[in-house]
Design a protein around this ligand. Structure first.
Ligand code: TXA
Ligand code: MG
Length: 502
């Protein structure tokens, strides 16, 4: 089958071409068409054969229901059992627009369209070409996104053509889909209306119109066991061929982290890509850097995301790192799609970038060097620079002899040691400071400009222990031995945490 490309501009001349497309739909064929969210792959919603063709063309599992697109509100009344007040209110507020409502269907819509469910998803798109096509075809148009199953939804006609040429009758080229992410889906058949897929219409916007709205809990947590209520949300989606990781945190730390990966990858001959904000794009050293829009401009980010994910498939990039675009409004939908594309792989660069660990105590000659020597003796520590410091060091005291003895009896040899005072010079953006006691932490934060709640911690609290590390001062060797054991256990936990965060 040859796929016809119909370039349509929004004029009465342009609309004439829609009659060709309308006829194809009416006769049971398939036409991809633009909407304000993404391109849809349309067929006659009341014709089971058309719907079967849609599943086949996309390679879509047949239990994944289609959205029925309408052009006028009365068309909704024709296909559902009843129209609840909430549906009227939402339609008044948001239709035509990027909102899909789930309602109980009547017999007019065949089960093939709804993947066997007795509910139906309905949307009135806010795109003149889409609504004009529906009207001219004299059909309701069932349309999933016009991509091959598993790929990002198409936002331009080219994406559709690349995925489906030869498998569908026609593509209407109407330019770039304005929003770029699929519609919000709200289920109005549950006791409390529930969002099954986030989109440009947010929970807050919906609540302003109909009161309480819930979000399908399967969308909020990352749990394989919990099935989302929209069958389509359970499938792996949007994933580019390359391995995608989201890196969140302070912008500079994100850049440092990503560039360190670029360097490591270059050594291995692996090509790295980055999805970057306009503001930071020039700071990345990756071979391929795609700019998605300004950090401030969530609409641009939504608009560009799918196109960029697809573009990476045409490069030889093997690892992609993306900035995180967390926030309100459509950012919720952006992160929902990005997280899926990344298989929920997220790195926090703020924690990640730690390269220097400092143990600090009162005079820096007893527990803090003990901790630093124990940590240095552990295998997992070789990636860190490990130091010990005192909060107040009047003169360069040698190591406490009992500490030295306990270390030696555990096979840890100490070289030249003298206590050093902790100063701001020791602290940079990749430093983390641990104390044995709360009061030491407070004192350090008070005394040093660069120490703060973000980089200075009580060691046991940091690893989730309740007790502080006992102070053996004045005790015998045995007490220092106990202290050694306690520290070793705590540091084992620390190493586990640091490794997890890598
Ligand atoms: O913005 C959009 O909604 C685009 C454009 C083309 O309108 N369409 C779209 O369709 O994204 P699709 O098929 O890719 O996604 C429809 C989603 C799927 O996750 C599907 O499982 C869910 O809606 N869905 C459809 N009918 C449903 C129903 N009766 N109950 C629960 N979920 C339903
Ligand atoms: Mg889809």
């Amino acid at each position: 089958m040859e796929t016809l490309i119909l370039k349509v501009d929004k004029s009465s001349e342009g609309y004439k071409k829609l009659d060709i497309a309308a006829r194809i739909i009416k006769e049971g064929g398939l036409v991809a068409f633009p909407t304000e969210t993404v391109y849809g792959l349309g067929g006659d919603a009341k014709n089971p054969k058309s719907c079967k063709k849609i599943y086949k063309a996309k390679g879509r599992p047949s239990d994944n229901p289609l959205i029925v697109h309408i052009a006028e509100f009365r068309q909704l009344e024709d296909i559902v059992e009843e129209v609840p007040d909430t549906a009227r209110e939402l339609a008044d507020a948001f239709w035509p627009g990027p909102l899909t409502m789930i309602l109980k269907k009547n017999k007019v819509i065949p089960k093939q369209t709804t993947g066997g469910l007795d509910t139906v998803a309905i949307r009135m798109p806010n795109d003149d070409i889409a609504r004009e096509l529906i009207l001219r075809s004299e059909c309701l148009i069932a349309a999933p996104s016009a991509n091959v199953s598993g790929k990002p939804s198409p936002t331009i006609a080219d994406h559709v053509y690349n995925d489906l040429s030869g498998r569908i009758d026609a593509v209407i080229d109407g330019g770039h889909a304005v929003i770029g992410l699929e519609s919000t889906i709200i289920d109005l058949t549950s006791d409390v209306p529930t969002i099954l897929r986030p989109g440009a219409i947010t929970k807050e916007m919906l609540e302003r119109v109909i009161g309480r709205v819930e979000i399908d809990s399967a969308l909020l947590i990352e749990d394989e066991e919990q099935k989302p209520k929209a069958p389509g949300m359970k499938y792996k989606h949007y994933a580019p061929k390359a391995d995608l990781t989201i890196v969140e945190g302070n912008a500079s730390k994100v850049v440092v982290y990503v560039n360190s990966k670029v360097v490591a990858n270059k050594d291995k001959g692996v090509v790295t890509g980055v999805i970057a904000s306009d503001e930071n794009a020039s700071r990345y050293s990756a071979e391929v850097v795609k700019t998605i829009g300004s950090i401030e401009d969530e609409e641009a980010i939504a608009h560009n995301l799918y196109g960029i994910l697809r573009e990476f498939d045409e490069t030889d990039v093997k690892e992609i790192y993306s900035e995180s675009f967390e926030g309100d409004g459509i950012r919720g939908a952006i992160m929902n799609r990005l997280l899926k594309a990344a298989g929920h792989k997220v790195i926090n660069a703020d924690k990640e970038a730690i390269t220097r660990i400092i143990f600090a105590g009162k005079n820096g000659s007893s527990r803090s060097p003990m901790a630093s020597y124990i940590l240095k003796s552990m295998d997992a520590s070789k990636d860190y620079e490990i130091l010990s410091r005192g909060i107040l060091v009047q003169f360069p005291e040698p190591l406490n002899p009992k500490v030295e003895a306990v270390l030696a009896s555990n096979g840890i040899e100490v070289g030249d040691f003298h206590a050093v005072e902790l100063t701001d010079n020791d602290i940079n953006s990749s430093t983390i400071i641990f104390t044995m006691e709360e009061s030491h932490k407070d004192k350090i934060i008070e005394k040093l400009e660069k120490a703060n709640e973000e980089n200075t911690f009580v060691l046991p609290t940091y690893v989730g222990d309740e007790l502080e590390i006992l102070n053996p001062y004045g005790g015998g060797l045995q007490l220092y031995g106990l202290c050694f054991e306690a520290l070793k256990e705590t540091l084992n936990k620390l190493v586990n945490i640091l490794n997890q965060e890598r």
